[in-house]
Ligand binder design. Structure first.
Ligand SMILES: N[C@H](CCC[C@H](N)C(=O)O)C(=O)O
Length: 267
């Protein structure tokens, strides 16, 4: 049966969005993979299903391209906020990781992504260790910071980002048994007290043009390491996000959300 969808992106991190607020609609992992396939499907990094919520404007169900269901997606949340916000003051999005709220306009959104979780069991890790400087390494990437933004991140700081073979080391780290739920791998280069360059090998999607929760995790990691101030511009391959780790502990993420096209697909 043909199902309408909206193709969107946040700084090139791209999505297929289905609207199931008025009907029963669910997807198998195989169907997610088929839609996400860039050769035979629509092609996307993540896929969302908008469902009814009794505590927010919408429930955002999130799938990675590999078919895995996950609890958080920052760039995607800005896209959903734009779709449901239609210029209203505040938008509330329910996810498996909790409530996201903020403001959306015709170009993007500024969202409170909640407070990061920093304990080793919250990342989660398979055994106890200091998440501020984890005593582990994979090739030239070592001693990351562990941060959970509703999803797990390991953030590595390097002198020269372009020297890092991220497509080689990313999958190795993503699937290391140290991370029972796998992990999103961020590699960051600090440019200034208010600027960081970042690339992310995403769990379940690979190297993406941008990663919203990854940008939040990198900013939190940099502040924990006292490498930057509370407000940081995070420069990703697809563009820049403004991140602020506020005094109240919450992380505010501001950036664009674009509609690419609409279509239908047989499922
Ligand atoms: N790959 C992530 C989900 C998408 C996150 C990313 N696209 C973002 O904008 O935050 C995970 O498995 O946790």
């Amino acid at each position: 049966m043909a199902r309408p969808f909206i193709k969107m992106h946040g700084l090139g991190n791209d999505f297929v969005v289905f609207d199931a607020r008025d009907d029963e609609f669910s997807l198998s992992a195989d169907q997610v993979r088929a839609v996400a396939d860039r050769r035979t499907g629509v092609g996307c990094d993540q896929l969302f299903v908008m469902e009814p919520s009794d505590k927010a404007d919408v429930f955002m169900r999130i799938y990675n391209a590999d078919g895995s269901e996950v609890a958080a997606c920052g760039n995607g949340a800005r896209c959903i906020a734009r779709l449901v916000g239609d210029g209203r003051e505040t938008v509330r999005i329910e996810t498996l990781a909790g409530l996201i709220e903020g403001r959306a306009d015709g170009a993007g959104a500024a969202l409170d992504m909640g407070a990061p979780k920093l304990g080793w069991q919250e990342i989660p890790l398979a055994y106890a260790m200091d998440t501020l400087e984890m005593p582990v390494g994979w090739g030239m990437l070592e001693r990351p910071v562990g941060v959970n933004m509703g999803n797990p991140h390991a953030v590595f700081f390097v002198e020269r980002l372009d020297d890092v073979p991220i497509t080689e080391l990313g999958p190795e780290i993503e699937t290391d048994p140290l991370f029972p739920e796998k992990v999103n791998v961020g590699v960051a280069e600090v440019l200034a007290p208010d600027a960081v360059r970042l690339k992310v090998w995403e769990r379940g999607a690979g190297l993406t043009q941008a990663c919203g929760t990854g940008a939040c995790a990198a900013a939190v990691a940099a502040m924990r390491r006292k490498l930057t101030e509370r407000k940081v511009t995070v420069h990703l391959p697809g563009g820049a996000l403004e991140i602020e780790w506020r005094e109240d502990g919450h992380v505010l993420m501001t950036g664009p959300a674009e509609i690419s096209f609409t279509g239908q697909i047989d499922l």
